[in-house]
Design a protein around this ligand. Structure first.
Ligand SMILES: NC(=O)c1ccc[n+]([C@@H]2O[C@H](COP(=O)([O-])OP(=O)(O)OC[C@H]3O[C@@H](n4cnc5c(N)ncnc54)[C@H](OP(=O)(O)O)[C@@H]3O)[C@@H](O)[C@H]2O)c1
Length: 322
C-alpha cells in the first residue's frame, strides 16, 4: 500500500510517500481504506524522533483518519464492510490502509463530509477527555484554552461554548483572534501584546485551563486560575521543565494534571470515543461544532503540510487526502 515513509529523524524533508506492506486486522480490529488523514503537532515530534509510537503501534505517522471499512477482524460486531467511519489511531494514519481497534472506530457525524471527518477524532477525543472527563468543566464556568486558533484550540472553544462555558483563549495574529471570537470565545487575548493573567484575574480567574505550552506558562497559568481551578496540561510547546509555586496552588485549592491520549490503554480510548460519539457528534450534527480546516492537500504533499504546521499562524487543521 501507499504510505508516508521517513528517511531517518529530521525536518519535513525526511517525509515521502512510498510502498509498504499492507496491515492485517487482528482480533477486535477493523481494516479501513483511508480516504483522508489529518496533521497533528505530535506528528511533527514523531518525525523528529521525540515521540516514538507506543509498543505495538504502527511505525507510520498519523493519529486519525476517515475512510471505509474493508474487512472485519475476528470477533468484531456492530460494523459492516463498506461502512463510512472516522477513527482515533495510535499511528498508521498516513497510509492507504490502517488496522484500527474497534473501540476507536466512530461513525461520521451527520452533516460532515468523509474528508472533513478525518480531522475530528484526535481533537474531539483530546478536548472531551481533558476538559470534560478530567477537569469537569461545567455550564457557567470560565474556561481558558491556549492556542485557540490551532486544531485543539478551535475544537475546545466551540465545544466549551456549546456546553455553556464562558470561553477565553490566547492566539497570535489578529485574523486568528477574530476566528476565535467567531467560534464562540467571549474574549480572545493576543499572546503577543497582552497578559492573559491580567485579563483572567480581572474577571475572577479561570475554572479550567487547557494548556499547550507547558513550562513556559506553568506559573502564569496557576496565577490565572480561580479558586478550585483545574489546570490540564496537554502539550509542552514552551518546554518541559518549569517551576511550580506550591503555595500559590494551595491557596487556590487548585489542581494540575497532565495527560497523553495516545499512550492510554485501549479500554480508556474506547470509553473516550464512546463519550465523544454521545456528546460531541450531536453538536457537530447540529452545526454548533464544526471541523475547522485550514487547507486540504494530497498525501504526496506531506512534507509541505508539516512545514506549514511548524510555521504557525494557521487556523484549524491540515487535512491530507488519499
Ligand atoms: N496530550 C495529548 O493527548 C495531546 C493530544 C493532542 C494534542 N496535544 C498537544 O496540544 C497542542 C496543540 O496541538 P494542535 O495539533 O492543535 O497544534 P496546532 O494546530 O499547531 O496548534 C498549536 C497552537 O499553539 C499556538 N501557540 C504558539 N505559541 C503560543 C503561545 N506563546 N501562547 C499561546 N498559544 C501559542 C499556535 O498559535 P499561532 O499559530 O497563532 O502561533 C497554535 O494555534 C500541542 O502542543 C499538542 O502536542 C496533546
Amino acid at each position: 500500500m501507499r504510505a508516508v515513509v521517513t528517511a531517518g529523524d529530521g525536518g519535513p524533508e525526511v517525509l515521502s510517500v512510498g510502498e509498504v506492506e499492507d496491515p492485517r486486522p487482528g482480533a477486535g480490529e477493523v481494516l479501513v481504506d483511508v480516504v483522508a488523514t489529518a496533521v497533528n503537532r505530535a506528528d511533527t515530534l514523531q518525525r523528529m524522533g521525540y515521540y516514538p509510537p507506543p509498543p505495538g503501534a504502527s511505525e507510520i505517522i498519523g493519529l486519525e483518519c476517515s475512510g471505509r471499512i474493508t474487512e472485519l477482524g475476528e470477533g468484531v460486531e456492530g460494523w459492516s464492510v463498506g461502512d463510512e467511519v472516522c477513527a482515533l489511531l495510535s499511528g498508521g494514519g498516513y497510509a492507504s490502509r490502517v488496522a484500527v481497534p474497534v473501540g476507536q472506530v466512530m461513525p461520521v457525524p451527520a452533516g460532515v463530509s468523509l474528508v472533513e471527518a478525518a480531522c475530528l477524532p484526535e481533537v474531539a477525543a483530546t478536548v472531551w477527555s481533558n476538559v470534560f472527563m478530567t477537569a469537569h468543566l461545567d455550564k457557567g464556568e470560565r474556561f481558558l484554552v491556549h492556542g485557540g486558533g490551532g486544531g485543539i484550540g478551535t475544537m475546545a472553544i466551540q465545544l466549551a461554548a456549546a456546553r455553556g462555558a464562558e470561553v477565553y483563549t490566547t492566539a497570535g495574529s489578529p485574523e486568528t483572534l477574530e476566528l476565535c471570537r467567531s467560534l464562540g470565545a467571549t474574549r480572545a487575548i493576543s499572546y503577543r501584546d497582552e497578559d492573559f493573567v491580567e485579563v483572567l484575574t480581572e474577571v475572577g480567574g479561570a475554572d479550567v485551563i487547557l494548556d499547550n505550552m507547558g513550562a513556559k506558562y506553568l506559573g502564569r497559568n496557576v496565577s490565572a486560575l480561580a479558586t478550585n481551578g483545574r489546570l490540564v496540561i496537554i502539550g509542552f510547546q514552551g518546554g518541559t521543565k518549569g517551576e511550580l509555586d506550591i503555595s500559590a496552588l494551595l491557596r487556590k485549592r487548585g489542581s494540575v494534571t497532565a495527560t497523553s491520549l495516545r499512550a492510554r490503554p485501549l479500554v480508556e480510548k474506547a470509553k473516550i470515543c464512546c463519550e465523544v460519539v454521545e456528546n460531541v457528534w450531536p453538536l457537530v450534527a447540529a452545526g454548533r461544532v464544526r471541523p475547522i480546516v485550514e487547507t486540504t492537500m494530497p498525501l504526496e504533499d506531506v512534507a509541505r503540510a508539516h512545514q506549514l504546521m511548524e510555521d504557525g499562524g494557521r487556523a484549524g487543521k491540515i487535512v491530507l487526502t488519499l
